[in-house]
Design a protein around this ligand. Structure first.
Ligand SMILES: [Zn+2]
Length: 498
């Protein structure tokens, strides 16, 4: 007995302190059925895969908004829980041809229309501008000393520094605007990325949803991607002029929405700062145009991707309403993730709370889980909140693992990147994943991603650990930071005026 006594005290004074504190928060008392009911509704067949712009997506948004209302969350957009996100459904013209003295290039084969249309040019002067990139901070300017007015501007795809396809896609609109602002007649990029050209044609050649861009962003400028091989006919030493004819695009307005709410903090000072909790609720819809269907099932329910994460945000919304934290909480359920992180991009450009008041973002998104022993936090060791996340997971008996596949660039592939780019420390809190294993691919973007094959006990733990991590971060007086040297540290310093 004697020997056991110190051990007994040790046990009381060390580990259970967490558990004792945790027992007092509402999330500790939640039952398995609570998050499971959210997930089963959001991932039900009735919502037809929640595709952006479609009715199932709108119903999901309405559900989330009414849950916020029930929990006593305040609307973040005036008296509304919805932030309208305007999209354009654009179908590029199937008629298009470029001719030079030596070559003929056809739309859908040699080039794709990225934006604009309805343009005919004959014997029009061309000008080559490297990447067509301008960076005011470094003084880099591919247009320096070059007059592009009324000329067809030809550039390499991407920027001098971009390495990943995401970076290349991300730079596209800015590059188009550089050309448009300088009076170019049209903008052509020569494509040379790893992604097969056929994939590019399939993706950009069919009708797709895009954020409605402002006129000033050069939306009406004809912008083409020409594949590398036929693109050789447009090289600098080959041509000084070309003929071009591209038909009008078909376009239609489509409305979608982010769902936004606020829980006020309790601390008179810290309540002016916001912890942002986010997850995308859209998925990829139904039918063969969304992926591989079977005789039994054609609905992509997206239980893991991302009814799971949305459920965690709903769980946090309920618990943090019952017992608020010191900082205020901004809740955002994003639309448009699956079509290019567009709901979060729109929010980051149209924030409802000034971004400099938002100190941290914990996003929930993932491809699925292949272990129930852990959570996988993409960017775990990139911010000072690591200790809180590790502690919260441990309290629920889970290990907080880091990025399971660093080579995949997951950090920049989910909605957390939209606020990270603005400087806000923003890891992604994903379900436990050891690698892109068979177990992950079994469900990832498949019709098999159904609510029935989710373990509701693991879902509960995931939601509780997420909520508890959010609570610890929101209660910590110290404002979270990026670890020194992170690629988003510069944006952080700019945003918060450091
Ligand atoms: Zn997805």
């Amino acid at each position: 007995m004697k020997k056991l006594l110190p051990l007994f005290f040790l046990a009381l004074s060390v580990t259970p302190i967490n558990a004792q504190k945790y027992k007092k928060v509402p999330e500790a008392k939640f039952a398995i059925a609570q998050p499971n009911a959210h997930l089963r509704f959001l991932a039900s067949d009735a919502l037809l895969g929640r595709k952006t712009g479609e009715q199932g997506n709108n119903v999901a948004a309405r559900y989330i908004a009414e849950q916020f209302r029930k929990f006593g969350v305040k609307p973040a957009n005036g008296d509304s829980y919805l932030q309208k996100v305007p999209f354009e459904k654009a179908a590029p013209s199937t008629l298009g041809i470029i001719t030079t003295k030596e070559a003929t290039l056809n739309v859908g084969e040699d080039f794709v229309v990225m934006s604009g249309g309805g343009l005919g040019l004959s014997n029009n002067a061309v000008v080559h501008v490297g990447y067509g990139w301008v960076d005011e901070t470094t003084g880099y300017d591919d247009y320096k000393g070059i007059d592009v007015k009324d000329k067809v501007v030809i550039a390499q795809v991407g920027t001098p520094d971009s390495k990943t396809p995401q970076e290349v896609f991300g730079a596209m609109a800015a590059k188009r605007k550089f050309a448009a602002d300088r009076g170019a007649a049209a903008f052509i990029e020569i494509y040379n990325l790893q992604i097969p050209w056929k994939t590019v044609v399939n993706f950009f050649g069919k009708p797709s949803l895009r954020l409605k861009e402002k006129e000033s962003e050069g939306k009406n400028m004809l912008h083409l991607w020409v594949n590398a091989e036929p693109g050789k006919a447009l090289a600098k030493n080959k041509i000084e002029e070309l003929n071009l004819n591209v038909g009008e695009k078909q376009s239609q307005s489509v409305m979608s929405q982010n769902v936004v709410g606020i829980i006020e903090g309790t601390d008179p000072v810290l309540k002016n700062e916001y912890l942002v909790l986010t997850a995308h609720f859209d998925h990829i819809g139904y039918g063969s145009e969304s992926g591989r269907v079977t005789a039994e099932d054609s609905i992509f329910n997206g239980a893991r991707d991302n009814a799971f994460g949305t459920t965690a945000v709903l769980t946090a919304a309920e618990a943090l309403s019952l017992k608020p934290a010191k900082r205020s909480i901004l809740l955002i359920a994003y639309t448009g993730e699956e079509i290019g992180l567009l709901g979060s991009k729109y929010y980051s450009e149209h924030p409802l709370i000034p971004l400099e008041k938002c100190v941290f973002n914990l996003n929930c998104d993932g491809a699925g889980y292949d272990t129930k022993e852990q959570v996988s936090v993409i960017g775990l060791n990139r911010t000072s909140a690591e200790k809180h996340i590790v502690k919260a997971a441990a309290t629920l008996g889970l290990t907080a693992g880091d990025d399971p596949a660093p080579e995949q660039g997951l950090f920049d592939r989910s909605d957390n990147v939209s606020l990270a780019k603005m400087g806000i420390p923003s890891p992604n809190y994903a379900p436990g994943m050891t690698s892109f294993s068979e177990e992950i691919y079994k469900y990832y973007h498949q019709v098999t991603d159904n609510p029935e094959n989710i373990d509701p006990a693991y879902l509960l733990k995931y939601c509780q650990s997420y909520t508890y991590a959010a609570r610890l971060i929101a209660n910590d007086k110290a404002k979270p930071t990026w670890v020194s040297g992170d690629k988003y540290e510069k944006a952080y310093n700019e945003l918060y005026g450091r």
